[in-house]
Write a protein that binds this ligand. Structure first.
Ligand code: BG6
Ligand code: MG
Length: 211
């Protein structure tokens, strides 16, 4: 394997709770029930697809324009919350693993559904760290479609079978598998039937990836 493509949210930094708070505010404003369990289903899924999942519980049918406004509101709130993250939110484990993998000669990339990827990377001080950044602003179809990872591999000039995708979401492992990538899955992603390496923590990559 020559390259490693990391998902961002839930792998490199932990924005889950901020997504939850922002969506909760939107759901409350339109009287739709929303809890951590619904939030779990949004992991890895694009903003608009997330909104569709939330609206499954709504009795009202929303037009595309109304949905666009709700998604924009959610993002405004989310970006306000993101202002609180900083280089202090980059864990020592993540920092050490990235540095060691880089030292071992692997190309490193990001493959994230988030349109806020560049902003988050800047906030945690990794803006210029990766050889390629493929994100939600560059794709038409979000995970479980493999587009975001195929784009990352293309930017790295690598074939999918030479890349490992690191994910915390079931949709992400599914996308990796559909695209012909190897995968390492943490948390619920470790339970996907097609995950190549179920891992407990990011530092387990240092056992999988040879020196
Ligand atoms: C993914 C998150 O990384 O990005 C999802 O796991 C989120 O929960 C998606 O919906 C899109 O994020 P954004 O920042 O473009 O709204
Ligand atoms: Mg994730």
């Amino acid at each position: 394997m020559n390259a490693i493509i990391f998902d961002l949210d839930g792998v490199i930094c932990f924005t889950d709770h901020y997504h939850f708070l922002a969506w909760k505010q939107i759901a409350d404003s339109i009287g739709v029930y929303f809890d951590e369990q619904v939030n779990d289903r949004l992991r890895g899924v694009s903003r608009m697809d997330s909104l569709d999942i939330i609206l499954e519980k709504s009795k009202i049918e929303y037009s595309l324009e109304e949905k666009r406004i709700l998604a924009e509101e959610k993002n405004k709130r989310y970006v306000q919350l993101l202002n609180h993250i900083s280089t202090a939110d980059l864990s020592d484990e993540v920092k050490d693993v990235l540095q060691e993998l880089c030292k071992r000669g692997y190309k490193l990339a990001i493959g994230s559904s988030s349109k806020n990827t560049k902003y988050i990377l800047k906030q945690i001080g990794l803006e210029h760290y990766f050889d390629a950044v493929s994100d939600g602003t560059m794709i038409k179809k979000s995970k479980p479609d493999p587009e975001v990872f195929l784009k990352a591999a293309e930017m790295l000039q690598e074939r999918p079978e030479s890349c490992l995708v690191v994910e915390d979401a079931l949709a992400g492992v599914e996308a990796a598998w559909r695209g012909g990538f190897f995968s390492a899955g943490m948390g619920e992603a470790a339970t996907h039937k097609h995950v190549t390496f179920p891992i407990k923590r990011l530092s387990d990559l240092l056992i999988i990836m040879k020196e």
